[in-house]
Design a protein around this ligand. Structure first.
Ligand SMILES: C[S@@+](CC[C@H](N)C(=O)[O-])C[C@H]1O[C@@H](n2cnc3c(N)ncnc32)[C@H](O)[C@@H]1O
Length: 324
């Protein structure tokens, strides 16, 4: 955690809101911090550390709002605006970001709207805070709009979620090769805003129930809107897939994640594969798309699945596997 020097130090207020909350022992000294975190694994870590969590951003006002943004520029700016809307008069916005996420650039952005920024740099990160009482409202209303729902190809999406400005070409490859015979109970792991689920519901009439599992609450919310047109049984789970699934399936379809925060995390993709393999009926089918260089074939074999490559292009490969 970054500490400001004595003259720049923030007095610890009685209450604070933490947008993008992640736990840290130093926060235990704080009287009342409530955290909002849309990503399930991070929300679980926050709660496990004993902190209070709010499902939605609260309507109330706070003397301090802390923001720990993710990697999307629009999301970060929208979070600045959402933080401002929850500040009491005289309240402060405090932002922390790694330099690799463009901390300097975001500090500059904030200085366009608020003149009194105090900033420190340490551990390849930057923390900066400002009073927003006299901030430029026109800049903030532009940032607020960045957080609103937007549309791509007729689907609702939101800044910060996966593929919020284009349909992922890997997912498109999978959708183009979806076999129409998928049937029974089917799961979409890391379902995002529902692109693959929508493709399955359109192409596979014998799917009896489709279960979406997704870690990002905002993406899942978009998926609900995007799939509302289908008169089929669909369930939505705000869920960390790496913790396992509650039941077993006739088929599982996925474009597994391989990033945690900013960093590549192939183990996350492998964990998805392992959970999928353990959650298929005997003879159950797994269909997945991945970047060609990702070493998933060995993970499929290690999990007892027979696999074959359906197709590939310059970037992606589409693998089908079956539980023996
Ligand atoms: C490559 S994207 C695919 C999204 C969507 N299926 C599509 O094709 O557009 C992977 C998705 O997995 C989600 N995700 C990442 N980690 C997860 C986890 N531990 N549990 C569940 N979902 C996760 C991400 O939020 C993201 O939406």
């Amino acid at each position: 955690m970054l500490a400001f020097s004595a003259e720049d130090a923030l007095a610890i207020p009685q209450r604070a809101l933490f947008i993008g909350a992640q736990p840290h022992p130093a926060l235990r000294a704080w009287p009342e911090v409530v955290g909002w975190q849309p990503l399930r694994p991070l929300a679980a870590a926050w709660e496990k550390a004993g902190f209070a969590r709010t499902e939605d951003l609260p309507e109330g006002k706070f003397p301090l709002v802390m923001v720990l943004p993710g990697k999307s520029k629009d999301e970060a700016l929208a979070w600045f605006a959402q933080a401002k809307d929850r500040l009491e008069p005289g309240g402060r916005l405090l932002v922390a970001m790694p330099n690799t996420a463009g901390a300097g650039r975001f500090e500059k952005e904030l200085s366009k709207a608020a003149g009194n920024i105090v900033s420190i740099q340490k551990h390849k990160c930057r923390a900066f805070h400002a009073l927003l009482d006299e901030a430029d409202e026109a800049v903030f209303s532009g940032w607020r709009a960045l957080g609103e729902l937007r549309e791509i190809s007729g689907f609702s999406v939101q800044a910060g979620i996966f593929s919020s400005d284009h349909i992922d070409p890997g997912s498109q490859l999978l959708a183009d090769h979806l076999p129409a015979h998928l049937h029974g109970n089917v799961a979409d792991l890391g379902a995002g805003w529902g692109f693959l689920s929508d493709a399955m519901l359109k192409r596979c009439p014998n799917i009896e129930r489709l279960d979406l599992f997704e870690a990002d609450a905002r993406a899942l919310c978009c998926a609900r809107m995007n799939l509302a047109c289908h008169e089929r049984e669909i369930t939505y789970h705000w869920h960390d897939v790496t913790t396992g699934l509650p039941e077993i399936y006739d088929a599982i379809v996925m474009n597994p994640p391989f990033h945690t925060g900013q960093a590549t995390d192939v183990d996350l993709g492998r964990a998805f594969l392992k959970v999928a393999a353990g959650s298929l009926k005997r003879g159950g089918k797994l269909l997945l798309v991945a970047n060609r260089q990702l070493p998933y074939e060995a993970a499929l074999e290690a999990s007892g699945l027979a696999w074959r490559k359906i197709t590939e292009d310059k970037i992606y490969k589409l693998l089908a596997a079956e539980k023996r």
